[in-house]
Design a protein around this ligand. Structure first.
Ligand SMILES: *[C@@H]1O[C@H](CO)[C@@H](O)[C@H](O)[C@H]1NC(C)=O
Ligand SMILES: *[C@@H]1O[C@H](CO)[C@@H](O)[C@H](O)[C@H]1NC(C)=O
Ligand SMILES: *[C@@H]1O[C@H](CO)[C@@H](O)[C@H](O)[C@H]1NC(C)=O
Ligand SMILES: *[C@@H]1O[C@H](CO)[C@@H](O)[C@H](O)[C@H]1NC(C)=O
Ligand SMILES: *[C@@H]1O[C@H](CO)[C@@H](O)[C@H](O)[C@H]1NC(C)=O
Length: 448
């Protein structure tokens, strides 16, 4: 803990630097990433410097890609991947700057014989017409699976052309049937994965998903989709272990970061989020599922105009637990539910039935959460009657009303303890004698 605290940027400076970057991004129309590294003091991607000399470069154009934005370059990408993946030493696929490649839904399958880098400096666009997915899995566009030691980087753009998908979403127009839409980039069962310095634009549904991966380092990602685009989570982590996401800016229509499934040892650091639905653990326990989520640390975030701040959401009827979670050093600006635990989450057209089973929510710490709330109820702990929230911990909380007036806390079946100044005043049913979460050691992530 001491180590983590001393090495982390101070609360104020996180806000100042991220807010400033945010301003830069907004005003420069998302063109530049200059200044990002130095402000956040992130490691350089070192794309060309610190690599072994002999990495074979495979240019997609040499595999027949046109890069004009209209011709179908899918086969060139698939062929370049096949070649790189079967190469006996390190190789690098290059998507050059200045060109735009139209790529249909594609599987990039592992295992590969040695390490592969995909260097996206140019732009990859999806077909804009959903009928290109006819007969294919509607959840996938660029789908990497079973690949170990993959690096994806390059400063380029991945554009999901999601407009048609959104228009056909039942969340936009209730007369539409509900169907799945693709996640723009999925990494499934990819271990030792590095993803950095990419811009994701207008994804069809989720932007980037990590599912069943172990050891992932993601950094300097920028995600941009309209606030009204449905289910466009920024970064989705499902049943992964040892994941670090840092120094990223996410403006989207759903959760900026969502963590679900049996995930553990996840560290989220220095994130700017908004618009969007905040940083969420869950939803968990849908359709009576069993989940075990533990050791999640969110340290350093700036959330502005989001629907939620830091949130844990579980469906009634699930089982398992979410425990040992810490949210710290989070700055909120005009956030609708800055701190929220909701064990009654229900995202369906019909009201959800009352059930006794629930995913247990225990040992959750909120430390240094400050800023402004768009609503009076700045803190909400709506916990289950049969499985009340236990060992909640609040320290240095200051959430004022954005528009003036008071803020308050809501508690239902929530117990815990506090330290330092707490505003709005807490409403725990009893004062437990509980010390805050020990944040899991950073060494767990070191060998990514
Ligand atoms: C919703 O979809 C229906 C059928 O496709 C269409 O007639 C209607 O105009 C749409 N409504 C809106 C608000 O777009
Ligand atoms: C989580 O792990 C448990 C036990 O291994 C398993 O039964 C359950 O299906 C998993 N849940 C999810 C959402 O993957
Ligand atoms: C949560 O942390 C406590 C205290 O460090 C530890 O005893 C417990 O095993 C942890 N639980 C899980 C599920 O990781
Ligand atoms: C503050 O948040 C509320 C609720 O989301 C929104 O209606 C309002 O426009 C926001 N104010 C500003 C200045 O962004
Ligand atoms: C569930 O319980 C709440 C509180 O007791 C009650 O207000 C609500 O009507 C119930 N909902 C259903 C669908 O039974």
């Amino acid at each position: 803990m001491g180590k983590l605290r001393s090495s982390s940027v101070s609360f104020h400076s996180i806000c100042m630097s991220i807010c400033t970057i945010y301003g830069i991004f907004l005003s420069s129309n998302l063109i530049t990433v200059q200044g990002f590294d130095s402000l956040l003091q992130l490691p350089r991607s070192g794309a060309s410097r610190d690599r072994p000399r002999s990495k074979k470069a495979l240019y997609v154009d040499d595999f027949g890609a046109k890069g004009d934005g209209f011709s179908d370059d899918t086969k060139a990408f698939a062929d370049a991947w096949k070649t790189a993946c079967s190469f006996s030493s390190r190789s690098k696929i290059v998507v050059p700057l200045g060109s735009t490649y139209l790529v249909r839904p594609t599987n990039f399958a592992g295992p590969c014989r040695s390490r592969v880098t995909l260097r996206i400096s140019g732009t990859i666009v999806a077909p804009k017409d959903p009928s290109y997915w006819d007969g294919l899995n509607p959840r996938k566009w660029l789908y990497f699976h079973g690949v170990n030691h993959l690096t994806v980087e390059g400063g380029g753009t991945v554009n999901g052309m999601g407009q048609e998908w959104w228009a056909h979403s039942c969340k936009i127009n209730r007369t539409n049937p509900c169907h799945h839409a693709p996640t723009a980039v999925t990494f499934h069962r990819c271990n030792y994965l590095k993803v950095r310095n990419l811009l994701m634009v207008d994804s069809q549904q989720m932007n980037m998903a990590f599912t069943n991966c172990v050891r992932v380092a993601a950094s300097r990602l920028r995600v941009v989709a309209p606030a009204v685009s449905p289910n466009t989570d920024g970064i989705h982590i499902s049943s992964c272990n040892r994941v670090e996401v840092k120094g990223s800016i996410i403006r989207t229509g759903d959760d900026c970061i969502s963590i679900v499934g049996n995930s553990s040892r996840i560290r989220i650091q220095n994130i700017a989020c908004g618009p969007g639905h905040g940083i969420s653990i869950g939803s968990l326990g849908k359709s009576k599922s069993l989940v075990q989520v533990h050791d999640i640390n969110v340290n350093g975030a700036y959330l502005s105009n989001t629907d939620n701040g830091v949130r844990i959401k579980t469906w009634q009827g699930g089982s398992g637990f979410t425990t040992n979670i810490t949210f710290q050093n989070v700055w909120m600006k005009n956030v609708s539910n800055p701190i929220i635990i909701d064990q009654y989450y229900c995202d369906s057209r019909r009201p959800c039935e009352n059930k006794t089973l629930a995913v247990r929510v225990e040992s959750i710490s909120f430390i240094g959460i400050k800023g402004t709330s768009a609503t009076e109820e700045a803190v909400r702990f709506a916990c289950s009657d049969s499985f009340p929230c236990k060992r909640l911990y609040l320290e240095d909380i200051h959430l004022e009303s954005y528009s003036g007036g008071i803020t308050r806390s809501f508690c239902w079946q929530a117990s815990g303890s506090t330290s330092g100044l707490i505003y709005p005043p807490h409403c725990f049913s009893n004062d437990e004698n509980f010390i805050r979460q020990k944040v899991f050691s950073s060494s767990v992530l070191q060998s990514i």
